[in-house]
Design a protein around this ligand. Structure first.
Ligand code: SAH
Length: 360
């Protein structure tokens, strides 16, 4: 099945959902010569809308536009922070808003993408989940966030401005499992942007069944799990998913991932004052993780104004890091990037929805 049916929402199809083989099938179906497929796929990979691909004849583009959205994802606003971090507000063809970030590091540029509009996981510290889940993004809508930012930043297919990708924007990637896996396959495809799985990180709140399934997909990316607590009871206070899967089950699934892929896994641990970062927590974290092929990413909570939880202060954060390191864990305290431009997931979209800007 070449997947060239229009998408099942009110929208037309998203042409960026298709891989190069499916584009070839589509071009043949429309009775166009085969070389048009390469032109179309090339244009899309360069971040162009269908109407902007100048190599294609107008009649063919008109035909495509009957079935497919011209622009899957439009960059509606760009905010640049003092540290060079760029925050993007994207608009989808149906008017929904999502957000993303491009962070500059010495080794390249990392883009954080969203996988859903909203989220239904209900984590107490997160702004993405405030209005619940609106809908899954299609594979092409996830990919288009990267295609658009790459093009905006002067990147091409051969020389990418986006070198690394993290699935840490709004949404739970494994709650949109099929969409995310198709997106990843298209992202790593040599005909497409050709980003190595080593340069991709996927963050999950710990959907254990999907962690096992994903280990079989043959996409050995950096698997990251949001832990944020050391006992199931405490974890359930901020993360409802803890009522479904235990930390012990998460650790088993991580071990399986390592056994299947050879990739070390990562834990995200956001430091929340009075909640998860005193000496006892450090000791429990060491007891849980010592000797495992993993790394712990600490980050001070990004305070979300709709939520009451507070970030731990910087000194306590470094003290916590020191305790983990002395306990023998590999750990880092991530600097808060772009906090001057609403760095935390979902903050930008939440503020837009609140101000009514979506309709304005
Ligand atoms: N749903 C996925 C990925 C999205 S969030 C997940 O849960 O992993 C990416 C990371 O940011 C997760 O570790 C999430 O727990 C964390 N996060 C969300 N809101 C945050 C906030 N306000 N401060 C710090 N980290 C936050």
């Amino acid at each position: 099945m070449c997947g060239n049916m229009p998408h099942s929402t009110a929208m037309k199809g998203i042409i960026q959902d298709l891989n190069s083989e499916q584009i070839k099938a589509l071009v043949a179906e429309y009775g166009q010569p085969a070389f048009r497929a390469a032109q179309l796929y090339e244009g899309l990979t360069r971040g162009k809308d269908i109407s902007q691909i100048t190599t294609l004849p107008a009649a063919f583009k008109e035909r495509l536009l009957r079935d497919y959205e011209d622009c899957a994802v439009r960059i509606r606003e760009v905010f640049t922070g003092a540290d060079g971090t760029k925050k993007f507000l994207f608009e989808l063809a149906d008017g929904n808003l999502i957000e993303g970030v491009l962070m500059q590091y010495k080794y390249g540029n990392t883009q954080c993408v969203s996988t859903q509009v909203g989220c239904r996981m209900g984590c107490k510290f997160c702004a993405s989940t405030l209005g619940g889940l609106v809908r899954n993004l299609t594979p092409g809508e996830i990919l288009s966030q990267i295609l658009k930012v790459n093009a905006l930043c002067g990147g091409t297919r051969e020389k990418r401005a986006v070198t690394n990708v993290v699935l840490m924007g709004s949404g739970e990637p494994f709650d949109n499992y099929d969409g995310v896996v198709t997106f990843l396959k298209n992202l790593v495809s040599p005909e497409g942007l050709n980003i190595s799985p080593r340069n991709i990180s996927l963050s999950t709140c710990g959907l254990v069944d999907k962690m096992y399934k994903f280990a079989q997909e043959g996409i050995p990316l950096n698997l990251t799990v949001s832990l944020h607590a050391t006992t199931d009871t405490e974890r359930a206070r901020t993360m409802p998913i803890a009522n479904k899967w235990s930390i012990a089950e998460i650790l088993q699934a991580c071990d399986n991932y390592f056994a299947k892929t050879g990739r070390r896994y990562i834990f995200e641990y956001s430091l929340i004052e009075g909640e998860n970062c005193d000496r006892r927590h450090a000791e429990e974290l060491v007891a849980l993780l010592k000797g495992r092929p993993c790394h712990v990413n600490l980050i001070r909570l990004n305070e979300v104004k709709e939520r009451t939880l507070k970030a731990t202060d910087e000194k306590s954060a470094y003290r916590f890091l020191g305790m983990l390191e002395r306990g023998g864990l590999s750990a880092t305290l991530r600097r808060q990037i772009g906090s001057d431009i609403g760095g935390a997931c979902g903050q930008l979209r939440a503020s837009y929805l609140k101000s009514g800007a979506k309709d304005g």
